[in-house]
Design a protein around this ligand. Structure first.
Ligand code: DGY
Length: 332
């Protein structure tokens, strides 16, 4: 058999068809650590002399990893839409393409954000727990698990981009008013089509009944939500985060939830994942916590796998990637 032209390291066993697709053209090593991501040392060793790395958001791909890979490295294909785990500047400087899964997970993530809006306000998990723990004693009860309305309320969106807009479309079906804050450009299309109103950050937190985060994580958005704006939120409002944990100062959020500055939080992402077993969040009643599953549907993860593989193969074959983070790169 002819030796394959390129050598690829894949940091997790991701869904088909990625691995068979890549294996047709490349010699592939798939990390095998019983479901966990590679440690830093394992990663640094495994990338050596690779032409391409297919990584996930659990792998920090910085200059050290690029050094360890060496001068063959041409492309870092991330099996994710967020790319805050990759040093894009460094990759670009070195002539390495960085690719991502673009808008493939938009609708699935918006579905989950809406599930958290409903779950937090209507006490879905508390209700489930009451029934399954057999503590539901007297049938229908006039006071049992009274929650907040969702229909007709105000949804505040930080980051009305792809996912934020998909959440706003769902909210319109619930007759909600949409206000939003974008850090840079306004979304005129959503303003015209859905009556979304652009407001400053203070007004956004003050007027939202549900505040849902959909911006990417970078130095500007790190700890965007902190004590000062949590204190401005309504006491009966909820915060929903399906984007990145570091958008919220988690210690401040815990304080806000304990002291009831806000009514609750629906979180699919955390500052540290998984959160520490001692985190107060794990003991709170006014939260719904999920293990970073925004994109976790069979269809979405399968499409993400296909796109991540195509991105990687396209770059190696000198074709255009489907979703490229750094089009300005001068390839090696
Ligand atoms: C992403 O891709 O950025 C999501 O957070 C996980 O799929």
């Amino acid at each position: 058999m002819k030796p394959k032209k390129w050598s690829v390291y894949i940091t997790r066993r991701i869904l088909d068809p990625a691995i068979p697709m890549i294996s047709k053209e490349c010699s592939v090593i798939v990390a095998n650590h019983r479901g966990r991501p590679p440690t830093r040392d394992e990663l640094l060793k495994a990338v050596r002399d690779k032409d391409a790395i297919l990584c996930t958001l659990s792998d920090m791909i910085d200059a050290k990893v690029m050094d360890a890979a060496g001068s063959n490295l041409k492309v870092i294909s991330s099996y994710s839409t967020g790319t805050d785990h990759i040093d894009i500047k460094e990759a670009t400087k070195r002539g390495i393409y960085v690719t991502f899964t673009g808008d493939i997970l938009t609708e699935a993530t918006a579905d989950l954000a809406f599930a958290l809006i409903l779950a937090t306000s209507r006490q879905i998990t508390q209700g489930h727990e009451l029934v399954t723990s057999k503590r539901w004693k007297y049938g229908w009860d006039p006071h049992l698990l009274l929650g907040s309305d969702v229909h007709g309320m105000t949804l505040g969106i930080v980051g009305l981009g792809r996912i934020g807009s998909a959440v706003a479309r769902r909210a319109k079906g619930f007759d909600m008013d949409i206000i939003y804050h974008n850090l840079h450009t306004r979304n005129i299309q959503m303003e015209e089509q859905f009556g979304a109103k652009h407001v400053d950050m203070n007004q956004l937190v003050e007027e939202s009944d549900f505040l849902s985060l959909h911006c990417s994580l970078n130095s500007e958005s790190y700890y965007l939500i902190n004590e000062s704006n949590l204190r401005r939120m309504k006491n009966d409002s909820y915060i929903i985060n399906t984007a990145r944990g570091q958008l919220i100062n988690e210690a401040h959020l815990i304080k806000a939830l304990k002291q009831r500055w806000i009514a609750g939080a629906g979180l699919d992402v955390f500052e540290k994942e998984p959160p520490s077993p001692n985190s107060s969040l794990l003991k709170m009643k006014n939260v719904v916590l999920l293990p970073h599953i925004g994109s976790a549907t069979f269809l979405t993860r399968t499409k993400m796998a296909e796109v991540a593989a195509k991105n990687l193969l396209n770059v190696l074959n000198r074709k255009t990637a489907i979703y490229l983070v750094n089009p300005e790169v001068n390839p090696r």
